[in-house]
Design a binder for this molecule. Structure first.
Ligand SMILES: [Zn+2]
Length: 162
């Protein structure tokens, strides 16, 4: 039988850091996805041949139908901001000179999305639904940072107005 946990402040404790290093393989789907970012500058989604669901990040099988996703194709058109937050401090809790916008980017008809930065605009004007497209890095290595950030495509909102 477990006892009720008292409030955390009442438990004797010491603070410290534990260095943990790990590797997490990107898997079959991840390898193909990141290679396409690097080599073709496209964002791949996979489609279930059973129910037609499109997945981003792509999956090699559909978790509902248990069938392989044989059709892989790039997402079409601009993505859109599904949700976002403005980050005002860095990982060391220092105040940033200007906030960084972190968003979930989705595409119509695609399940899931990509978490990435928004750039190329005054992020104080960022709204859910903003259409965006990737700003590709010149030299790509096969990682999510091959996209520098997502930039607006319909209303630029450049700093300084208009
Ligand atoms: Zn399915």
């Amino acid at each position: 039988m477990t006892e009720e946990t008292p409030s955390p402040e009442r438990i004797s404790q010491w603070r410290g850091n534990i260095p943990i290093h790990h590797r997490y393989t990107v898997g079959v789907a991840g390898q193909r996805f990141f290679a396409a970012l690097r080599d073709e500058k496209v964002i791949l989604a996979s489609t279930c041949s059973g129910c037609g669901a499109r997945f981003l990040l792509p999956k090699i099988y559909c978790e509902r139908c248990f069938v392989d996703t044989k059709e892989w194709s790039p997402v079409k058109g601009p993505g859109y901001v599904k949700t976002f937050t403005l980050v005002h401090r860095n990982l060391d809790e220092e105040v940033l000179t200007e906030p960084v916008a972190a968003a979930v980017i989705g595409w119509e008809g695609v399940r899931g999305g990509i978490v990435h930065r928004i750039g190329g605009m005054d992020t104080s004007q960022l709204r859910i639904g903003q259409k965006v497209e990737p700003q590709w890095r010149e030299v790509r290595t096969g990682g999510i940072a091959d996209i520098l950030y997502f930039k607006p495509v319909d209303r630029p909102f450049h700093r300084g107005g208009a």
